[in-house]
Design a protein around this ligand. Structure first.
Ligand SMILES: Cc1ncc(COP(=O)(O)O)c(C=O)c1O
Length: 398
């Protein structure tokens, strides 16, 4: 049903998103409700953001308390929530030093700048190339877009910043050969999200780590989508067993509030001096208070263990579904609660049927149904989701 928000959206918002005809008004746990009162299971967490569910009472409390104290300080002064959060991240595997910004693309911009400045400070002024993987997605601002190896997304926005190059990770040798003396950094998603839930092969990541060490290039892991519990560990690098030099985070960090993070090893972080980089809202006290509540809940309430258990159950149900729908499903890929179903049939009708049946997922990389459910789902929620997907696949293929 069309509503006033959808009409006004067309009139007043720039046309950057092909939105679904659903207006969401409220959420609770793994569920959201639209303007008609229809209830949906949110199996996407607003694209990997509301990991601990909507209206999470612990996070709400932290937000309310911070809002009552102060909502903005600027970065001219010290602010406890950002400093507490930085310490918490470092104490739990977030390398040595933290920079806060507001989004994933900004985190990648900062990481790229940090890598180049690091090489520049070492006197290697021509060591400025950023190498990324084909099919990657690192964001929409110009630097991150230049690292995003998808010509269609860059089209019409040129010229792109220079000294970015791409290589497929399907050929480890070719990729590693591209890490030459002019490469400042390699940026990789350990699991490509927008690229269709493609998992970087472990051997590939190990080989890239060694090649970066040999060429004195930095390794950046873009964990914007796959980090912060998605893989069953706080950081995706802990799941992949390869330690990067820089990590970028966003999406799931503050359970839906905007916050981006760059984590770096000490000697690299030192390359940034005052005036080198910054952003007005970076480290916002409300976002940081939400993030700290989010991360402490994630770790103290044993969510990492729950994610691994839920993942096993979800994968088991999906493998069964694949056997039942061999003509509609090509492959199932994923780790933890970051899972894609690659279809052999067009996805639009499947997705529409899922939405009509009260299940929110989305389609990425043309034909992959993507699931990034919140960590608060139950096995019953999984059963519901799989039943809906099964019916949707069958109806869509008539
Ligand atoms: C891996 C990855 N990096 C970067 C981004 C960009 O994040 P944002 O939309 O917060 O700028 C995304 C967003 O989808 C992402 O998945």
């Amino acid at each position: 049903m069309n509503d006033i928000y959808q009409t006004h959206s067309k009139n007043y918002l720039m046309n950057t998103y092909a939105r679904y005809p659903i207006t969401l008004l409220k959420g609770d746990g793994a569920y959201v409700w639209d303007a008609n009162g229809k209830k949906y299971l949110d199996f996407l967490s607003g694209i990997g953001c509301t990991s601990l569910g909507h209206a999470n009472p612990i996070i709400e409390q932290a937000i309310f308390e911070q809002v009552k104290k102060i909502v903005h300080t600027s970065n001219l002064y010290y602010s406890p929530p950002s400093i507490d959060l930085a310490k918490y991240l470092v104490d739990h595997g977030g390398l040595d030093k933290i920079f806060f910004c507001n989004s994933g693309t900004e985190a990648n911009e900062a990481a790229i700048k940090l890598a180049r400045k690091y090489q520049w400070r070492k006197g290697k002024k021509n060591k400025n190339i950023i190498l990324s993987a084909t099919n990657s997605f690192h964001g929409r601002t110009l630097g991150s877009l230049a690292a995003t190896a998808k010509p269609i997304l860059q089209e019409g926005f040129g010229p792109m910043p220079s000294a970015f190059k791409y290589q497929s990770w399907n050929d480890t040798k070719l990729f590693c050969d591209a890490i030459d003396e002019n490469v400042a950094a390699v940026i990789l998603e350990p699991i490509q999200g927008e690229g269709g839930i493609q998992i970087a092969p472990p051997d590939f990541l190990n080989a890239v780590r060694s090649a970066c060490d040999a060429a004195d290039a930095l390794l950046i892991f873009d964990e914007v989508q796959c980090g912060l519990g998605r893989t069953g560990n706080l950081f995706a690098y802990q799941t992949m067993n390869v330690i990067p030099d820089i990590i970028t985070l966003a999406k799931g960090i503050a359970n839906g509030l905007p916050l981006g993070v760059v984590c770096a090893k000490n000697h690299i972080a030192d390359a940034f001096k005052p005036k080198d980089h910054g952003t007005t809202f970076g480290g916002n006290p409300v976002s940081c208070a939400a993030a700290l509540a989010n991360l402490t809940t994630l770790l103290n309430q044993d969510y990492l263990h729950k994610i691994k258990k839920l993942s096993l159950y979800l994968m088991h149900r999906l493998e069964k579904l694949k056997r039942q729908c061999p003509t509609q499903i090509k492959t199932i890929r994923g780790i933890g609660l970051m899972i894609g179903i690659e279809l052999t049939i067009p996805p639009t009708a499947v997705l529409t049927h899922c939405q009509n049946s009260g299940l929110l997922i989305n389609v990425t990389a043309e034909n992959v149904l993507r699931m990034l459910p919140p960590y608060v789902i139950t096995e019953e929620d999984i059963d519901f989701a799989i039943d809906v997907i099964e019916k949707s696949l069958k109806i869509a293929s008539y």
